[in-house]
Design a protein around this ligand. Structure first.
Ligand SMILES: Nc1ncnc2c1ncn2[C@@H]1O[C@H](COP(=O)(O)OP(=O)(O)O)[C@@H](O)[C@H]1O
Ligand SMILES: [Mg+2]
Length: 258
């Protein structure tokens, strides 16, 4: 059984009265511990798929099965419980969190809301989460806006793993970082995946990053799947027109890299 099975997902938006198919009949699966990348040009529907999978928005048609049950019919307590298993990391943690909140507060929230640890136990759990993402414990009292972009993204990852998810949706999660910090965050994601068998829905417009971290890739164009398959095979020899255009436009695809 797949961890996530999306079938015939469709979402239309209206622009000046005219319907735009942001996501048009998209189907895919993600297996436990697997990284599936969604790549494609700006406006191809990547973030809309992320938001549909997270149930931040509702589809016009299609099914989403997560951990063996119909995710679209869950309500109330059942939805909250299942949400703990499906976490997210976005491009800009300054927008995702209250910038004046402390690091400790950002990590305390999921532990409290999902009833994972008692008030007395939570400081220790927060320290352990910081350690797991390579941050010093003395960062806990600092405000989100005071720490660096790389540190903030580590906090976002710590928050995501706090509820022991089976799947994390990462929407351009490393795109705003400098190259060296980006490499460190990607290494952290790979370590966490190896340790906890977490699956990633990894959204990136950067084919070099996708090639380095993803097992499989789906190339989207105008809301539809243009091509999909083994990440390296697709990126090294794209068959679709959009795939060839994306590869040609990628600045420095390091094909020698493993
Ligand atoms: N809330 C919205 N209202 C209207 N149109 C939207 C909305 N969100 C996305 N779209 C449109 O849907 C399409 C896909 O957008 P998006 O999923 O953000 O693409 P990507 O993340 O690949 O850049 C685009 O044409 C975009 O303009
Ligand atoms: Mg997007």
């Amino acid at each position: 059984m797949s961890l996530l099975a999306v079938s015939n997902l469709t979402k239309n938006y209206r622009r000046t009265g005219k319907p735009v198919a942001a996501v048009d009949d998209v189907s895919f699966t993600i297996e436990p511990g697997e990284t599936l990348a969604l790549a494609g040009p700006s406006g191809s529907g990547k973030s809309t798929i992320a938001r549909l999978v997270l149930r931040l928005i509702e589809p016009d048609a299609g099914r989403i099965e997560f951990e063996g049950s119909d995710f679209l019919v869950l309500r109330g307590a059942a939805l909250r419980a299942r949400r703990a298993r499906l976490q997210m990391v976005f491009q800009d943690p300054l927008a995702a969190f209250n910038p004046r909140a402390t690091v400790a507060r950002v990590l305390d929230d999921p532990l409290r809301i999902h009833g994972i640890a008692s008030r007395a136990e939570r400081p220790r759990r927060i320290a352990a989460l910081l350690e797991r993402v390579g941050l010093a414990a003395d960062l806990a009292p600092r405000a989100i806006h005071e720490i660096s972009g790389g540190q903030r993204q580590r906090v976002a990852i710590a928050r995501a793993i706090a509820t022991k998810p089976s799947l994390i949706v990462l929407d351009e999660a490393v795109s705003a970082l400098d190259v060296s910090v980006r490499g460190q965050i990607l290494d952290l994601l790979l370590d966490l995946q190896r340790q906890d068998k977490i699956a990633y829905l990894f959204i990136s417009h950067d084919l070099g990053v996708v090639r380095a971290v993803a097992h499989r890739v789906i190339l989207l164009n105008a809301g539809r799947i243009a091509e999909s398959g083994d990440a390296r095979a697709v990126i090294d020899a794209p068959r679709s027109a959009i795939g060839r255009a994306l590869v040609a436009a990628a600045p420095k695809l390091n094909r020698a890299k493993t």
